[in-house]
Design a protein. Structure first.
Length: 205
């Protein structure tokens, strides 16, 4: 196991053990300024990582309806989606209690009124909803089983013609992830590619 994996194993847990050391990320996404409160024990606390940025810059959002940012971390994907489309109701979900707290702070900090944050494992906190769009920068450090569940359980929580969009690192299970997409949806395409990352997208028919 690499040192990188050792340092990221705790992101996808209910309660991080590390002491919270807070920071602030100020950035532009699609030409719009955002500020995100971050903390230790959360993925990519010092900057918007390249995969997340690619997903945000290239995500295809419905005109209205419901969108889900699953495994939201401190919230950049879901908050950006809500900011770019005020008619969309966005739910951000994460199992990590620290991430959920941060995401709620960031929803308020970025003045988005069409987003809410829920805590729970995978799709457990959104059982009563159907989404027109599901977005994910998956917690790869949590293991392939978790990532596969995010992909393969998605159709049950999506409306017809909904899209599932996930950013993956091309060298880290990219082909295997495509297999999961085909298994779950019967289709997959690469909607964006940059800096060693790909955004995979499937449509529910």
């Amino acid at each position: 196991m690499s040192n990188k994996n050792k340092s990221t194993e705790h992101y996808f847990v209910e309660h991080p053990r590390s002491r919270a050391r807070f920071g602030l990320v100020c950035t532009y996404l699609r030409g719009r300024p955002f500020e995100f409160l971050t903390a230790s024990g959360i993925f990519s606390r010092s900057r918007i990582d390249l995969g997340t940025r690619l997903l945000i810059e290239c995500m295809v959002l419905p005109k209205n309806g419901y969108a889900l940012d699953i495994g939201c971390g401190y919230g950049p994907v879901g908050i950006a989606a809500a900011a770019f489309n005020p008619k969309l109701h966005v739910v951000l979900a994460d199992v990590n209690s620290r991430a959920v707290w941060l995401a709620r702070q960031n929803v308020e900090k970025n003045l988005v009124s069409n987003a809410e944050v829920r805590r729970g494992n995978l799709y457990e906190p959104v059982q009563e909803l159907l989404f027109d769009c599901v977005l994910s920068n998956p917690p790869v450090s949590a293991g392939l089983k978790t990532v596969r569940a995010i992909i393969c359980e998605a159709p049950k929580h999506m409306s017809n013609k909904g899209t599932f969009q996930m950013v993956v690192r091309s060298k880290v299970g990219g082909r295997r992830f495509c297999t999961f997409f085909e298994e779950a949806f019967g289709n997959v395409e690469v909607s964006a590619r940059e800096s060693g990352y790909r955004v995979l997208m499937s449509h529910k028919h």
